[in-house]
Design a protein around this ligand. Sequence first.
Ligand code: PLP
Length: 386
Amino acid sequence: MTHKALDWIPEELDALEAGALRRRLEPMGTAQGPVVELDGRKLVNLCSNDYLGLAAHPRVVRAAAEAARRFGAGAGSARLVVGDFQLHHELEARLARMKGTPSALLFSSGYHVNAGVPGALVGAGDDIFSDEWNHASIIDGCRLSRAEVKVYRHRDVGMLEELLAGSRARRKLVVTDAVFGMDGDAAPLREIVTLSERHGAMLYVDEAHSTGVLGATGAGLAEALGVTDRVDVMMGTLGKALGSFGAFVAGTRPLTDWLVYRARTFVFTTALPPASVAAAIAALDVMESEPPRRARLDALTIQMKAGLEKLGFPMKEVVVPIFPVILGEEARALEVSRRLREQGYHVKAIRPPTVPPGTSRLRVSLTASHMPEQVEGFLAALRGCV
Ligand SMILES: *Cc1c(COP(=O)(O)O)cnc(C)c1O
């Protein structure tokens, strides 16, 4: 087989290479952690979303192993068929309690939530109002819903208000990331809550980067701002601060009942494996019993922000341990990333289409397991590269 019909692909890949836009996979030789092994070398890892350092925490790993031993490696079916385990319900109850909502519903990933939930809430003839920098999965879910998507400028509540005021749609849905994953900045959630209420719109907030990291109990930005019961649909992932895999929607009981029936990305996919579910439950246990992890992460975040600001990178808007070191051209971001790697620091260059052209960057992130010396070492290395 020559697959001649696929000949256009190598050409496209060559063009990406020429534009410093080619992306490649790099298998790690170790568990997620502050130091990982890549290509046989130990590197300080500054690009993980394992914010609380729970992905390889012994209690979390043990819970996953025990659940696998007892309930098997795979769920074997969708939840509505024969893949519904007690563990799923236990985790849903725990997540609802953490979020302060009456109910929660697990999905197979945050991507599944965002791809499927908008379409369960709105359809043709309805309007969605979406921040221009919302996560790719939200953009895809909005498109799949067939509602009309009105994109407002990043965090621009004035523009959101105009769009809402001009809408004659039957149903309206406002959707925003709580914290934006490439810049670490927060949505003006209080204002968005008020506007959504004033215009009778449903409000959908993606707490992927804020769950476990913001709020008194780690429930996220809505908790931090005291607006939890004014957000209609809250989603979070288990794959970032909770160190596992999977995701959830938190909200009212009728909402989750409706999603069980109507969200296609819930109905038509295999349930989360028992090990992932048990790992997330253990992660919640660790979060509740080891609050110093949050305090350590907050201290490291202050240290990193101050150091980067000293190097001339604005960090004023950063509210989570995500630090955008914006370098501009794609090739420059790649070059700085390569030089840092030579010195033992792994920070990926983030380029278009993930970020707008001309804003290629290092997306630096921290976990509670990093050491202050690793932050200092990185800042010194970066100083020599920019
Ligand atoms: C990571 C992320 C998702 C996707 O979550 P997964 O569980 O990794 O699929 C959704 N939204 C935002 C804002 C994210 O950062």
